[in-house]
Design a protein around this ligand. Structure first.
Ligand SMILES: Cc1cc2nc3c(=O)[nH]c(=O)nc-3n(C[C@H](O)[C@H](O)[C@H](O)COP(=O)(O)OP(=O)(O)OC[C@H]3O[C@@H](n4cnc5c(N)ncnc54)[C@H](O)[C@@H]3O)c2cc1C
Length: 395
């Protein structure tokens, strides 16, 4: 339904949900099914725009191995309750009920066979059958709390005893991401954990960029480590730095000024074959490394890290460098390229069972606006579904 045209319209509901994204839609459907009169208000022209662009248009909607360990939060215990009560299996059951074809790609990641619009269509259909009212293209001017929550938009006024904030994080400002949810939390006196872009490509310092970034497009399996966290996945060289799943994952843990360590030949003893040779030279080293990493990178690496001689000590040093390439990234590609936002509404402020504010009765925060951030691979949507369901069932 479009926004009401009559400026004097006053709408009364049981629940107002701000944001028709993943978390907001799930919450609306759950609350609607319980007989609550639910309104979802969104400034965008349609529901679930981020769902539509997710997973390269196929939406990696959950992960069959999703565990609390796949989430970053100041309080790592916080997501446990919601995830235990609405897990990957629950969302898969919903997808199957709607006969949406899907497949596992790698590492438990489930994608739609056809398109992400299957997921938005499913959630919209669940909302429709729960009689949820949707208001799009609706700018929120003011949120107040009297005996109820009161939302003023340009054209109408909405009232309800419960308000759910599901306005997401800061990633992709072009799609309308804004600090609205954090500002609203602050307005009601809730604390915010510092935010930063996550699941985001890293930019290299100029010196390293000059050394490697002409190899843009080249990809290889690595183990990348920072701040005591490691990921073994693909890394991609870009024209400004590094990307690919391994780098996106570590970016969520990386803070400005910290180093990252990259093992470009994990589980390989590259120089073993050379140690057994009588003739040791650059051609032998190149051929050994080219068996493991892409040829152009092998050549570049050896040009930049040529051993001073071919003694066992020099080979050991070369081996060590291959497994411990240490870099200090200049920064990240920022919210423009980030999939998610780390930080957000402090979980100390919320009930882990219902997502309701401990201090302000009837005020709920769900999805990415909360200080819970998933690893790459469907975990962020699983958090949106789980936190949305937790609030929806408590309303
Ligand atoms: C390119 C990309 C690909 C991704 N791929 C995946 C993937 O495959 N798997 C995965 O698990 N995660 C993926 N993610 C992350 C995932 O999209 C988010 O974690 C998830 O959408 C968060 O859900 P949410 O409901 O909290 O917020 P959102 O889905 O961002 O929804 C927020 C809603 O609030 C609305 N809104 C914002 N401000 C206001 C306001 N002031 N007034 C009214 N409405 C407002 C927005 O229009 C939007 O509809 C991807 C993210 C990006 C950017």
């Amino acid at each position: 339904m479009k926004s009401p045209q009559n400026p004097s319209v006053i709408h009364g509901f049981d629940v107002l949900i701000l944001g028709a994204g993943a978390a907001g839609l799930m919450c609306a459907a759950e609350a609607g099914k319980r007989g609550r009169r639910v309104a979802v208000i969104d400034c965008a022209s349609r529901a679930g725009k981020k769902i539509l662009i997710s997973g390269g248009g196929r939406c990696n909607f959950t992960n069959i191995y999703c565990q609390p360990e796949n989430f970053i939060s100041e309080n790592p215990h916080f997501p446990k309750s919601a995830l235990a009560r609405y897990g990957a299996a629950d969302f898969i059951a919903l997808v199957e009920k709607h006969r949406i074809p899907y497949h596992e790609k790698t590492l438990g990641q489930l994608f739609c066979d056809r398109s992400a619009s299957d997921i938005t269509g499913m959630l919209e259909s669940e909302c429709r059958s729960a009689a949820v009212k949707m208001f799009f293209d609706t700018r929120i001017r003011e949120v107040r709390r009297t005996t109820e929550f009161v939302i003023h938009t340009e054209l109408a006024e909405f009232h309800a005893p419960a308000l759910v904030v599901a306005t997401g994080g800061l990633s992709i400002p072009k799609m309308g991401a804004s600090p609205f949810g954090y500002d609203l939390a602050r307005q009601f006196g809730l604390k915010i954990r510092e935010t930063r872009p996550a699941l985001v490509p890293l930019v290299l310092e100029k010196k390293e960029r000059n050394r490697y970034c002409d190899l843009t497009g080249l990809s290889l399996e690595v183990v990348v480590t920072s701040d005591r966290h490691s990921f073994k996945e693909k890394m991609l060289i870009t024209h400004r730095g590094l990307s690919g799943p391994a780098i996106l994952q570590i970016s969520s843990y990386w803070n400005s000024g910290q180093t990252i360590q990259i093992d470009i030949a994990p589980d390989h003893d590259v120089t073993a074959v050379m140690r057994n040779l009588n003739v040791r030279n650059m051609a032998g080293a190149r051929s050994a490394l080219q068996r493991i990493v892409p040829k152009r990178l092998a050549t570049r690496w050896l040009d930049l890290h040529a051993p001073s001689d071919w003694t066992n000590d020099a080979l050991a040093e070369l081996e060590c460098q291959l497994h411990n390439w240490t870099l200090t990234p200049a920064g990240t590609e920022g919210y423009e390229k980030a999939e998610v936002t780390v930080g957000g509404v402090d979980t100390d402020e919320l009930s882990s069972k219902t997502m309701e504010s401990r201090r302000i009765r009837g005020l709920f925060f769900i999805g990415e606006v909360v200080d819970v951030t998933g690893h790459l691979g469907g975990h962020n949507f699983q958090w949106a579904w789980a936190s949305g369901a937790a609030a929806g069932r408590a309303l």
